[in-house]
Write a protein that binds this ligand. Structure first.
Ligand SMILES: Cc1cc2nc3c(=O)[nH]c(=O)nc-3n(C[C@H](O)[C@H](O)[C@H](O)COP(=O)(O)OP(=O)(O)OC[C@H]3O[C@@H](n4cnc5c(N)ncnc54)[C@H](O)[C@@H]3O)c2cc1C
Ligand code: FES
Length: 252
């Protein structure tokens, strides 16, 4: 299947001082993407830049991405205007298996708020029981907050003071609940350990540096525990074999 599209920007708005939110027309991506998948977007720099899909609208044939400006590529892509076109490869990666349980706890940190938003929408649409924990550094970094979500800030100027673990500690857990988390590695490690301590399965999504996005260049490899006895680990490609991995398999 051809996964590369020339897509038109339907809308672009700044949702914080350093973060743009784009709605992009592409019926093929809108109708086939699942939460946890990403798109690789061309800019004038050498490599495409990966972004998690934040929302899809199949009736309009659009999908959304949020772009936090951290360098030249994200600066350029956040500066696009309505009607501009972008070359987009996607949807890429495996995504979350949201059929594996009836109850989920979703946890986001940093730009993980975008893919987690998509997962939250799909789970609530399907009537599943979902608790959302959104962790931010401080109130100025808070984005895409959903009604009913447990909000935490390191600075304590919004929601519960502390990391998302302080938020998770307020949640009643029941057997069979699955935890899905996207954020910085130290945060995903802490959430993975929290879930393991409660006897819950946890899936995390790796935002590794990427190049091709389709499993060819091996820029994005990370390690998972090896199945073969005596072998300490195996390499996997985050873009193709992930970005979603079972916390108990990945080596962080
Ligand atoms: C699967 C995946 C999903 C992502 N989803 C989103 C998203 O929804 N929204 C969003 O804003 N960003 C997301 N990112 C990160 C985004 O791709 C990078 O911030 C972007 O490629 C940086 O490009 P740049 O040219 O602006 O910065 P560069 O000049 O390439 O780098 C600037 C700084 O950003 C850091 N950086 C670059 N790439 C990454 C990365 N992959 N992870 C962490 N730090 C990085 C560099 O180390 C450097 O410090 C995602 C990354 C991956 C792999
Ligand atoms: S980015 Fe090329 S193999 Fe993953």
């Amino acid at each position: 299947m051809n996964k590369e599209f020339t897509c038109t920007i339907v809308s672009r708005r700044m949702i914080s001082e350093d973060t743009a939110y784009l709605t992009i027309s592409c019926p093929e991506i809108a109708s086939s993407a699942i939460p946890g998948q990403f798109v690789n977007v061309s800019c004038s720099r050498f490599l495409k830049r990966p972004f998690g899909i934040a929302h899809t609208d199949t009736s309009n044939g659009t999908f959304d991405i949020g772009i936090k400006i951290v360098g030249d590529g994200t600066k350029e892509l956040s500066d696009v205007s309505e009607g501009d076109t972008l070359n987009v490869l996607g949807p890429l990666g495996n995504g979350f298996d949201l059929s594996c349980a009836d109850r989920f706890i979703l946890v986001s940190g940093g730009t993980g708020v975008f893919p987690v938003n998509f997962a939250y929408e799909k789970l609530t649409e399907s009537g599943k029981d979902v608790t959302l924990v959104q962790g931010f550094r401080d109130a100025s970094q808070a984005l895409m907050m959903r009604e009913g979500a447990i909000i935490t800030t390191d600075a304590g100027d919004l929601g519960i003071k502390g990391t998302c673990i302080a938020g998770l500690d307020t949640v009643d857990v029941s057997e069979g609940t699955v935890v899905c988390c996207v954020g910085p590695v130290p945060m995903m490690k802490a959430v993975g350990e929290w879930a393991t301590g409660k006897g819950l399965r946890c899936f995390i999504s790796m935002e590794q540096r990427m190049a091709c996005g389709v499993g060819i260049c091996l820029v994005c490899v990370c390690k998972i525990k090896a199945e073969e006895e005596g072998k300490p680990f195996e390499h996997v490609r985050c873009c193709k074999d992930g970005p979603v991995f079972d916390y108990k398999e990945i080596i962080l």
